[in-house]
Design a binder for this molecule. Structure first.
Ligand code: CTP
Length: 414
């Protein structure tokens, strides 16, 4: 088990934190800090009551974002709005969930921003109740709790113990930040067959500079590599994605390093070793310009000459890792071919020291390069397996399953 990349289980996951009014708010400040340590993006909505206990400024500072408080703030409605606030989250967390907020959520009231966001949301909701024990055990709160459970709301806590009010004791204390965090991680990064495994994934093209304004590139979009990184993360893996220049967003649940050139990609990959597995999806430029011009190469009008570029070979990242002293247990490469897909792929399997090669047809008719769909053949020592044409996301999910089965000693066929 390699746990080198701990602390990023929620990388790029978006948590909308609805902060109710109660003395437990002070624990929520700690929760915000821990969520951010895990890589989450935290956006906060505060009720008017919450703002009596802690200032929106403290919450804004800790969350590194503006805080939303008012349903009728014309600016908020104009540029974010309660619908978008809930839509842009992966999970809504209500902490502390007061008796009042639970009642509003259970009945569908929407008379402030917090309750309107909850009503407008189709995202999973996690509530961390905090209230006086008599309020928690009161019949209306019991009914609301049952309704919310039936609606699919998850709960963490409350706990028994001393309350902030002197002399009060019983069930109603908000769960500790560590418990709430664990519940959030369980919701957003559930355990799977790759939990505890670390992976390196390369994706996208590389850009090899010619001079300060020009470079050599290829048509890779990064879609397939990014989808594989996300699919491995969905199975529980800790994933380090090393991406060349792409225009698509960093996948959620994954730690992404951005590089430009093949040599930078190799350095980043080697720095991420050791890992349990590595998947090389990047379309790495095979050659680079031997000496990059420090100034823009100028045209020579009328001279009748054009510049010629002396090229040198780039390092082969897959082959380097496939034969590395710290070789991961499973090494997967891609083979971009325009003809003899299987024969060329099998040669690459041996030459590059890979366990699996995903061979794909990148001829113009195949449309894999830059497109959304892919037809691949999976090659391993056990033979070739042709998959039907499918969406790149489906290729990613099936490949992640095959990788998990191989690592866990299960069947090696899809
Ligand atoms: N690859 C790599 N580093 C390189 C070139 C390729 O890591 N410098 C990896 C790719 O990420 C892919 C696999 O090697 O997983 C095969 O890439 P491909 O372009 O198909 O093969 P090449 O080695 O470039 O062979 P050719 O161009 O002759 O087909």
């Amino acid at each position: 088990m390699m746990r080198r990349w701990l602390g990023m289980k929620l990388q790029n996951r978006r948590v909308l934190l609805i902060i109710g009014g109660g003395i437990a708010v002070y624990k929520v400040l700690e929760l915000i800090r821990r969520l951010r340590d895990e890589g989450a993006r935290v956006r906060c909505v505060m009720t008017a009551a919450a703002a009596e206990f802690v200032t929106p400024l403290s919450v804004a500072t800790l969350s590194a974002d503006r805080v939303f408080t008012n349903l009728f703030d014309r600016d908020d409605e104009h540029d974010v709005g309660h619908i978008r606030l809930s839509r842009e989250a992966d999970l809504i967390v209500v902490a502390p969930a007061t008796a009042d907020l639970m009642a509003k959520a259970a009945t569908g009231a929407a008379n402030d921003l917090a309750s309107a966001v909850l009503l407008a949301s189709d995202k999973p909701v996690l509530m961390a109740p905090a209230m006086n024990p008599r309020m928690w055990s009161a019949a209306p709160t019991r009914r609301n709790h049952a309704t919310l459970l039936a609606d699919g709301v998850q709960f963490v806590g409350p706990k028994s113990g001393a309350m902030a009010e002197a002399g009060e004791n019983g069930e109603g204390r908000m769960a500790e930040p560590a418990e709430i965090l664990a519940a959030i991680i369980a919701q957003l990064a559930p355990a799977g067959p790759l939990t505890g495994r670390s992976f390196i994934v390369t994706s996208g093209p590389t850009h090899e500079p010619i001079d300060p304004v020009r470079y050599i590139a290829n048509r890779s979009s990064g879609k397939q590599g990014h989808a594989i990184a996300a699919a491995l993360a969905k199975l529980g893996a800790e994933v380090r994605l090393i991406s060349g220049p792409v225009t698509i967003a960093d996948p959620s649940g994954v730690k992404t390093t951005h590089v430009q050139t093949a040599r930078e990609m190799l350095t980043a990959v080697e720095a991420a070793l050791p890992a349990d597995g590595a998947v090389f999806v990047a379309a790495v430029a095979d050659w680079r310009v031997d000496s990059v011009a420090t100034d823009k190469i100028k045209k020579q009008p009328g001279a009748g000459t054009v510049p010629s570029l002396a090229m040198v070979e780039n390092p082969d990242i897959l082959a380097t890792v496939g034969h590395h002293a710290q070789r991961p247990k499973i090494v997967v490469g891609f083979a971009a071919e325009t003809r003899d897909v299987v024969a060329n792929g099998e040669a690459k399997l041996k030459r590059k020291g890979a366990d699996l090669i995903v061979a794909n047809d990148v001829s113009a008719e195949g449309g894999a390069m830059g497109g959304d769909r892919n037809r691949v053949t999976l090659l391993s020592a056990e033979g070739a397996e042709a998959w039907p044409e499918m969406d790149k996301l489906e290729v990613a999910e099936r490949l992640a399953q095959v990788i998990a089965a191989r690592l866990n000693g299960g069947p090696t066929r899809a």
